[in-house]
Design a protein around this ligand. Structure first.
Ligand code: FMN
Length: 178
């Protein structure tokens, strides 16, 4: 008996967001991919001015943080898309911890971030190192772009990922079904 061949790769979008920008982008990407969403929560209080200072300090020092237990196992997916804001030209402690925890267990991975205009390349490079594998794609939006019509760009990013990972996924599914 041959196993049923799924036509669509399973996708997960995991993200951290302090003030909502990265969450909005995550939701659009997830809707386009038909993906599950995994909001990563940070146990450290990042609210207000003191929270901002703690956030910048922890990001500069490359600290991780206590994150809420994720609901989804990324290893159960064909594609995991991970998103973060840029803090002090660095990846956020919550996403640093999430990626470090799952390094080596991630399937195809892709990255996205939101930022104010600096640190984008550095953060992609940090995330790639933490993932332990080269991402299928990387996508960034500036705060000012988020005030305009950015959604088509986010959807196009997701469709490109589907095309790439979908091709690999179909080959793997067919191979395992014969
Ligand atoms: C503590 C802190 C540090 C930040 N540092 C940078 C930075 O170095 N470069 C930058 O472009 N934006 C920086 N930002 C702006 C955020 O990256 C940007 O507002 C992002 O869209 C916020 O995403 P969120 O709403 O999902 O939390 C910083 C924001 C915070 C809170």
């Amino acid at each position: 008996m041959t196993a049923a061949i799924r036509s669509h790769p399973r996708a997960l979008v995991a993200y951290y967001s302090r003030s909502g920008n990265t969450r909005r982008v995550a939701e659009v990407i997830a809707a386009e991919l038909g993906a599950d969403l995994e909001p990563i929560t940070d146990g450290t209080d990042r609210r207000g001015f003191l929270g901002y200072l703690r956030a910048a300090r922890d990001a500069i020092r490359g600290h991780g943080t206590a994150i809420g237990e994720p609901v989804h196992d990324p290893a159960a997916y064909d594609l995991v898309v991970v998103g973060t804001p840029v803090w002090a030209s660095a990846v956020t402690p919550a996403i640093r911890t999430y990626l470090a925890r799952h390094a080596g267990r991630l399937p195809d991975a892709a990255l996205f971030l939101t930022h104010g205009g600096t640190g984008r390349e550095r953060v992609f490079s940090q995330m790639t190192t933490l993932c332990g594998r080269f991402p299928l794609g990387a996508f960034a939006l500036r705060e000012e772009e988020l005030r305009g019509g950015w959604e088509p760009q986010a959807r196009a990013f997701a469709r490109d990922l589907l095309a790439t990972t979908g091709r690999r996924h179909r080959v793997a599914e067919v191979a395992s079904a014969v």
